[in-house]
Design a protein around this ligand. Sequence first.
Ligand code: ATP
Ligand code: MG
Length: 465
Amino acid sequence: MSFFGRVNKFFGGDSKSESTAAYDTSDPHIIPRDNHVISRKNISNAALKVITGLHNAGFEGFLVGGGVRDLLLDQHPKDFDVATDATPEQVRSVFNNARIIGRRFKIVHVRYGREVIEVTTFRGNHQAKAHEQGKRPGNQQSAKSHSGMLLRDNVFGTVEEDAVRRDFTINALYYTTSDFSVYDFTHGVRDLENKTIRIIGDAQTRYKEDPVRMLRAVRFAAKLDFTIEPGTAAPIKELAPLLSDIPAARMFDEILKLFMAGHGEKTFKLMQEYNLFAPLFPETHHCLEQPFAKDLIVQALRNTDTRIHAGKPVTPAFIFAALLWPPTRMRHQQLLKERVPGIPAMHQAAQEVANRQQQFTSLPKRFGQPMREIWDLQLRLPKRNGNKAEQLVENKRFRAAYDFLLLRESAGEPTDGLGQWWTDYQNRSPDQRELMIKSLPDSHQNKRRPKSRKRPKPQANHESH
Ligand code: ATP
Ligand code: MG
């Protein structure tokens, strides 16, 4: 996984936008154990061990972020994050299974078996800290780009300061096993009750510091079925293009969270509504008005959501195959018109589209390669004569390619009933399969010919899509 994807949990803000003023953090709303539903038995042992370890070493240790939010909503958290006043080096010295990750955004990973608990040191107020230390803001502990994007943040602070540097009020709730209370510095509980996504501080400034927060807003709105509060929603459409400044590797990780968490269809619709899809997939965006394109993506995401809810595996290769199919198909058709034969045209189209996409979201080879194989097989699935159908069924990418074919059909792409044919073929006995091959309209063309006879010219159009 990428540096940014794993490490970029940062809580930017400078003193003028930071709304310590808007929230009286010195007087948090404290919800005692009897008034909330969080219980230790719903928290992973690893997270509890980390919190206890920190307490025993004399540090503070809170469960924070999605763990607290989801438990309060009676949902299963995806992971548990811990916040502490211990510096990353101190955290590392408390645990023998801890590793400091990142330089620009230092956090610590504490590992217990397969579970990794992310421990972040409370982030502080940049300008105030710089002032305290007699330094100018923008010292080596923190840095911003021209557009206001936070490039480095290792300025540490108190839990109160940490709270207002988090993204949304519902993500800034702290739970501690020292008194089993939930600490709410930003009225997050009220927003949880009202099903509201509300950014902490000035929305424009916070999005400029980290444009990914715009994607997080729609992701949580889709996942939790919450409404984005008007002030939080207002600047998104205009600031959406800032997403193109985010490193492609971090963007890839975000795409997985957006589309592979069980709410992809809804997330995609919100991304379109807020202009957030175009900066991530510009070529696909330009093709969305073409016939079948949007339906194919929506259907792919809907199927993915269903599979996730049924506990079935999903792969980024398939999702990217769907997301990039509209521009690939368009380029393929252009190349066919330029008389490039079907299969080389597909290779070229795939190569070009995938290369251009890498500027926006990286696509690791282990997913890019199977994505192309799925596309390639779309041209091979119509060719079933002789023993080709049997060979295709044996292909390790057959299942994904067949699913992709069904997807294209359900989006309305004309495929001449090919999906149904393959469905039937897989359900038939070997004898019946043979009959199916024999009754293919063009089966005679594939009978072996004597060597002396000239091979027929390749068909002008191999296209089935
Ligand atoms: P989930 O893990 O369910 O996707 P989460 O809210 O826990 O949701 P994480 O990415 O695990 O999200 O981050 C943990 C917490 O760190 C968040 O709840 C939030 O408080 C803070 N955080 C993460 N990313 C940012 C960011 N870009 N800006 C500000 N705060 C952030
Ligand atoms: Mg989390």
